[in-house]
Write a protein that binds this ligand. Structure first.
Ligand SMILES: [Zn+2]
Length: 610
């Protein structure tokens, strides 16, 4: 039993590493940041001392001695800012990554409902340390076949003339913090069906009837005007264009002003569309050195095939016009899209807003107090007594040069330093970049890794086999693992693992099954001597084989069917897309993610070269 407990701890550690589980470290304690320049969310103050206790800023202008037990941080020559807020992301992965770059809150414009619900619950229960907070629109409101339906998740859509109030109420029941509406006719040669003006207005009115903000995705001047006329609280983008008349820009700005609407220009994603990479981020080792290969690859790409910088002319001119008219501008990246990355891209967006005419102070407001107020995010976005201790300490003065936000000294989330996570991320990136020194493990006899020893489940190497469910990550699924000897006719030699899983909702990716950990503790193991995962199975439905590598940072599941008769399944390692066979951390067989009761048996698991 002791061994099992150890194994579960190992697995839990691995899960924490990939952000499936959340940190349970509490007791953030007392921190005093001393003699620091403070940007409080609206203005700068020299020589302040800020006192934090149990995750909350208790005094933003503290004059007393350091309280007993306080960690004192010298802030001379540095600036303390509120944790940054990205007002436009799609947060379906990398939930810990924003923190590495000082982004402590994300406003999400469309993600899967279980992810939204899991984060909302964790935040409500005060256990969302170690990853960015999320306020999400959940499922967006789009037409059948509209933008948002092209992704591999099935979403409800709104037919013309259908009951907009019922649709909005269903989103609110799911937990949507605000309502996101799509007006999109297409990009390039790709055409979408779009909601028409009357439906957009009906949805906006329905949201307002429930006290919810309605944000409209647009990508043309015409749709921007229509959305504002319909009463949108804000625009989720501006629009690309090689030219726009000053008259059109000013007229749109006046309309937005008259309607008290805000605008999130999202230069970062428009640059990607225009074929322009954020080379300033990629070239800045201090920043992009925090991204692993996969995370960097997403940033080091563009949607547009050829660079067309002229397409940024219209959003730049309109942003300047909005500023002149006094319209609230928010900093949002559309991270989750190609050419962007969570957290890091916000620093690029801040620079783009300044290029478009905002002062550094205005750009910082657009990424702190303004989105917090607009989106009703509670006590965040300011360095002030009673506010959440989400903070970033940077070298220099970003009110003079906004790029100073990139020189991060320390990040706090809920009063807890994120620097240990930042150090862990740097270690992970360095390890990945180092020449591979490990040696391929010799495969065991016939490749078999599911053994029976003294009537118990065993393996020829590694930590071995263990039951595995999302319970260890806070989910509700249960699993029962029984082991018996196999015969030649019954699953082959070695152990037969009989798995009973109750997969329950309550976690973003529910699962219940059995896992094999090939390394001792968290070590990766080079299994490249094998090319294929072979096993025998019988069951009553659809299951998943999962493989994870590189400290669980890369992982992929492959579905397989199993019926009442034993059958052999062979999955080539190449089917586990993105997983590195020279650095494997886990192989698993799971029921889920669809909720339900599952039974299946796995036997004769082998790692073979063909
Ligand atoms: Zn978006």
């Amino acid at each position: 039993m002791r061994r099992t407990a150890l194994n579960i701890t190992t697995l839990k550690t691995l899960l924490v590493a990939i952000g499936l589980a959340y940190s349970t470290i509490a007791a953030a304690g007392i921190t005093l940041v001393q003699d620091v320049h403070v940007f409080d969310g609206t203005a700068g103050h020299e020589h302040r001392s800020v006192l934090v206790r149990d995750g909350v800023i208790v005094d933003a202008d503290y004059h007393g001695p350091a309280p007993a037990g306080a960690r004192v941080v010298e802030g001379k020559g540095q600036t303390l800012l509120p944790g940054l807020i990205d007002a436009h992301v799609h947060a379906f992965r990398h939930l810990e990554l924003p923190l590495m770059f000082g982004v402590t809150t994300q406003v999400d414009m469309f993600t899967s409902v279980p992810i939204m619900q899991e984060l909302t619950k964790a935040m409500r229960e005060g256990r969302n340390q170690g990853r960015a907070d999320l306020f999400s629109a959940g499922t967006l409101v789009t037409a059948p076949g509209g933008h948002g339906t092209e992704f591999p998740i099935t979403i409800p859509t709104l037919e013309k003339g259908a009951d907009a109030q019922a649709f909005v109420d269903a989103r609110i029941a799911e937990g949507s913090h605000f309502i996101k509406i799509v007006m999109e006719d297409g990009f390039g040669t790709h055409h979408f069906r779009s909601l028409d003006a009357a439906t957009v207005k009906a949805v906006i009115d329905a949201a307002h009837r429930r006290g919810k903000i309605a944000v409209v995705h647009i990508s043309t001047l015409a749709n921007a005007r229509t959305a504002l006329e319909a009463g949108a609280d804000g625009l989720a983008h501006l629009f690309p264009g090689t030219a726009i008349s000053q008259e059109d820009a000013d007229s749109l700005a006046q309309l937005a002003k008259a309607k008290h609407a805000f605008v999130i220009p999202t230069f970062s994603v428009w640059e990607s569309m225009a074929g322009i990479k954020a080379s300033d981020l990629l070239d800045d080792q201090n920043l992009s050195g925090m991204l692993d290969k996969e995370e960097r690859a997403a940033l080091d790409t563009t949607y547009g095939q050829t660079p067309q910088p002229a397409l940024l002319t219209a959003p730049s001119i309109v942003t300047a016009a909005l500023r002149k008219a006094g319209v609230t501008i928010l900093a949002g990246t559309d991270a989750g899209n190609g050419g962007t990355q969570y957290g890091i891209s916000l620093h690029h967006e801040l620079a783009k807003l300044v290029d478009a005419g905002l002062t550094p102070r205005e750009a910082l407001v657009a990424a702190t107090s303004a989105p917090a107020a607009i989106f009703n995010l509670g006590k965040r976005g300011r360095i002030a007594a009673g506010y959440k201790a989400d903070m970033v300490l940077v070298e220099g003065d970003p009110l003079q040069d906004v790029k100073a936000t990139r020189r991060i000294v320390e990040v706090w989330k809920d009063g807890e330093s994120v620097n240990p996570l930042r150090a862990e991320q740097r270690r992970h990136v360095a390890e990945e970049a180092a020449p591979h020194r490990s040696q391929a493990l010799d495969l065991p006899f016939e490749g078999r890794i599911s053994l029976l020893k003294d009537g118990k489940l065993a393996s020829p190497f590694g930590t071995g086999w263990m039951p595995s469910s999302d319970r260890m990550a806070g989910g509700m699924s249960d699993v029962k693992l029984d082991v018996r000897p196999g015969t030649e006719t019954d699953g082959g030699p070695g152990a037969v693992m009989a798995i009973q899983g109750q997969v329950r909702t309550g976690f973003a990716f529910p699962w219940a099954g059995v896992a094999f950990v090939p390394g001792v503790s968290m070590q990766s193991v080079d299994l490249s001597a094998a090319k294929v995962l072979r096993f025998r199975v019988r069951g009553n439905g659809k299951y998943q084989a999962m493989m994870a590598s590189n400290g669980m940072h890369a992982r992929h599941a492959v579905s397989f069917d199993a019926g009442a008769q034993w059958q052999e399944v062979a999955i080539p390692f190449t089917a586990f897309t993105g997983v590195d066979p020279t650095a494997v951390n886990m192989i698993g067989f799971n029921a889920g993610p669809k909720p339900g009761d599952y039974q299946f048996e796995i036997a004769d698991v082998r790692l073979v070269d063909r």
